[in-house]
Design a protein around this ligand. Structure first.
Ligand code: GTP
Length: 310
């Protein structure tokens, strides 16, 4: 399928996947807009409460409303209907990614993928590998989640499916040793993107921090000069728990981007807005299904349009 065709397919899935969020969000917001004739404190309060209820997050919701108030004053807007467009534009604006956010997609890079078990980390590694491969990059994957039983086999199945090579050792081996091997192999094979699946044991933050530090040290030493990216994978269906997880990971790792998975079929898509605003880390990819091509770059215009059924 052409890239254009794939993009359309992804958008259709996104629109479809966000239908539950859309139903909840749009219905809630439209109710506020249609329930008030004038813009007053009650209107703002109800709008803010609706955003919070939809997992947009307390801080982000407050910010959005404050920003909206200022714009309304500046532009002398009088009716709730007129302020709907301002609200939508404001949400789009706060989720924009920067131009250099995806440099690792077309330059020599090492991408560390972190996140707790079950969030869709392994699947995301494979989806990224497949995406980079389609972009004509030579990809290598490292199985540095050596802790969870069966993780290596599972990753092997996925990388076979994606048609990319995997560097692995046995279960229980030192993740840093796997990364060392992978750095050597990446250089010997002239690889463009090395993607490392790492373990995410949040219940032992100190160990996790040490492990990630060690991995980073090895990459710095053995594979200098490459672009570094650390993506945290979060399960979009878990709402505020995902946000809490992200806060904890932020303490142990230098996260450069978020991948939100399972946005298909959740009513909690508002979490995308919360994550971006509350953590100050851009959402770079979203997952809307279990197949290899069900991951795409996050596009704030596309996302908010899908969310509001525009
Ligand atoms: N619907 C849907 N399912 C997804 C998505 N991403 C991953 N999954 C599913 O979520 C489940 C967990 O995904 P994994 O990739 O195995 O998760 P993990 O974080 O590596 O977790 P462990 O394998 O337990 O370490 C699998 O059944 C995936 O198919 C997504 O975007 N949408």
């Amino acid at each position: 399928m052409s890239i254009e065709g794939k993009k359309k397919g992804f958008f259709a899935k996104l629109v479809d996947g966000l239908s539950k969020t859309r139903d909840a969000l749009v219905k809630g917001i439209e109710n506020v807009f249609s329930g008030y004739d004038a813009i007053d404190d009650d209107f703002y309060e109800e709008l803010e409460e609706t955003l919070i209820m939809l997992d947009v997050g307390i801080h982000a919701s407050t910010d959005i409303i404050e920003e909206l108030k200022e714009k309304i004053k500046k532009e002398h807007i009088k009716t709730p209907a007129e302020c709907r467009t301002l609200l939508i534009d404001g949400i789009k604006e706060r989720m924009k990614t920067a131009d250099n956010d995806y440099d690792f997609e077309d330059k020599k890079s090492v991408v560390l993928v972190i996140g707790v078990n079950g969030v869709g980390k392994t699947t995301t590694v494979a989806k990224l590998a497949s995406r980079f491969k389609e972009n004509k990059m030579k990809v290598l994957v490292a199985a540095a989640d050596t802790f969870r039983a069966g993780a290596i086999e599972q990753l092997k199945e996925w990388t076979d499916r994606a048609g990319v090579d995997l560097i692995s050792q046995h279960e229980g081996s030192d993740p840093a040793a796997v990364v060392y091997d992978a750095c050597k192999a990446a250089q010997a094979r002239n690889v463009d993107a090395l993607i490392c699946d790492t373990a995410g044991r949040l219940h032992n933050k100190k160990n996790l921090m040490e492990e990630l530090k060690k991995i980073n040290r090895i990459i710095d030493k053995e594979y200098p000069g490459v672009i570094r990216e650390t993506l945290l994978v979060l399960d979009g269906t878990t709402g505020q728990n995902a946000l809490e997880q992200a806060r904890q990971f932020k303490e142990v790792a230098d996260i450069s981007g978020i991948v939100l998975t399972k946005l298909d079929g959740t009513a909690r898509g508002g979490i995308v807005i919360a994550v971006q605003s509350e953590l100050g880390i851009p959402v770079k990819y979203i997952g809307v299904g279990e197949k290899l091509d069900d991951l795409n770059r996050f596009d704030s215009d596309e996302f908010v349009n899908a969310l509001f059924g525009l």
